[in-house]
Design a protein around this ligand. Structure first.
Ligand code: HSE
Length: 309
């Protein structure tokens, strides 16, 4: 096998109460990448379509992630990468994670899979670090492992795949403004009151319980973020109206997707999710703001091979 074409899905990180530790994988929304073996050692980015991103490997999240994987092995050949972006940079639905995970997944396939999907997270996190200035795996973990993932510890790669109710669907509204993760991390407080930490822990614990027991009402009661959302919501156009509209149309909960500006909602059933997506979109129409909207099932497989030769 000398070449692979892969689909790299978008993802939602944080899921309200799980800042930097919880995420889930979206279906159909994503990038494509073609990765091929070359005689020239190292990583060469040869094509980027859909976004204006650096070609220099050390400045590109796919390049940095790929280099980090190759540093663990000694190969006398290298890899060429073509990136076809379907996810906009700075959208909050894991654009850099898709490219980072895609590079290491594709290279690993061409090397005969020396690493498991979970082991690849370690390399993909390097791309996230380049993109945001801090290391976290709450997007790359669900992209590589699929479904919902909980990152207990990034150093030991203690990352858990969580079950989720099959009728859970996501709505995504992406207002077309670019919000850099580093900027939306800079508004956060480094110290939090104990009372808020207790509330957040209770919500994350009960959200996980709700996912295991398929208790939609408990999931709904748990989708509350008292630590991060209060500081980031001002960066997102009409956030409070989007949240109210989503709730009025029957969603289980609504929050900021990753570091924003995308907003996500979870609903029970595709019909409700579709109406939540459409009604949230209507909130942005009077603002004369371009936006994209999606309704998605939770993608339980994650990143996947489209073809190989
Ligand atoms: N957990 C990260 C954040 C996700 O919210 O900053 C964005 O990469």
């Amino acid at each position: 096998m000398n070449e692979v074409k892969i689909f790299c899905p978008a993802s939602v990180a944080n899921v309200s109460c799980g800042f930097d530790i919880l995420g889930f994988c979206l279906d159909k929304i994503g990038d494509e990448m073609i990765i091929r073996k070359t005689s020239k050692p190292g990583i060469n980015i040869t094509k980027i379509v859909g976004e204006n991103l650096p070609y220099e490997s050390k400045k590109n999240v796919a390049g940095v992630s790929g280099i980090s994987l190759l540093n663990e092995l000694s190969t006398d050949f290298g890899f060429e990468i073509e990136i076809y972006k379907g996810i906009k940079s700075g959208s909050g639905i894991g654009s850099s994670a898709a490219s980072s995970a895609g590079a290491v997944f594709g290279i690993n396939e061409l090397l005969g899979k020396p690493f498991s999907r979970k082991e690849l997270i370690k390399f993909a996190m390097k791309g996230e670090e380049l993109a945001s200035g801090s290391i976290h795996a709450d997007n790359v973990a669900p992209v590589l492992m699929g479904g919902f993932t909980l990152v207990r510890d990034i150093n030991s790669l203690d990352i858990i795949s969580l079950p989720f109710p099959k009728k859970l669907f996501a709505s995504i509204i992406h207002p077309e403004i670019e919000l850099k993760t580093s900027d939306s991390r800079s508004v956060l407080k480094q110290k939090v009151p104990l009372k808020k930490a207790i509330q957040q822990s209770a919500n994350i614990a009960s959200l996980i319980s709700g996912l295991y027991t398929e208790d939609y009402k408990l999931i709904s009661r748990s989708l509350i973020d008292v630590l991060v959302e209060p500081y980031r919501s001002d960066l997102i156009p009409a956030f409070n109206d989007l949240k109210k509209t989503s709730s009025n149309n029957g969603s289980l909960g609504t929050g900021i997707s990753g570091s924003g500006p995308s907003v996500f909602a979870l609903s029970k059933g595709e019909k409700t999710a579709k109406s939540v997506t459409s009604e949230m979109g209507k909130v942005l129409v009077p603002l004369n703001l371009k936006f994209h909207s999606y309704t998605s099932k939770i993608n339980s497989t994650g990143i996947k091979l489209i073809s190989s030769r």
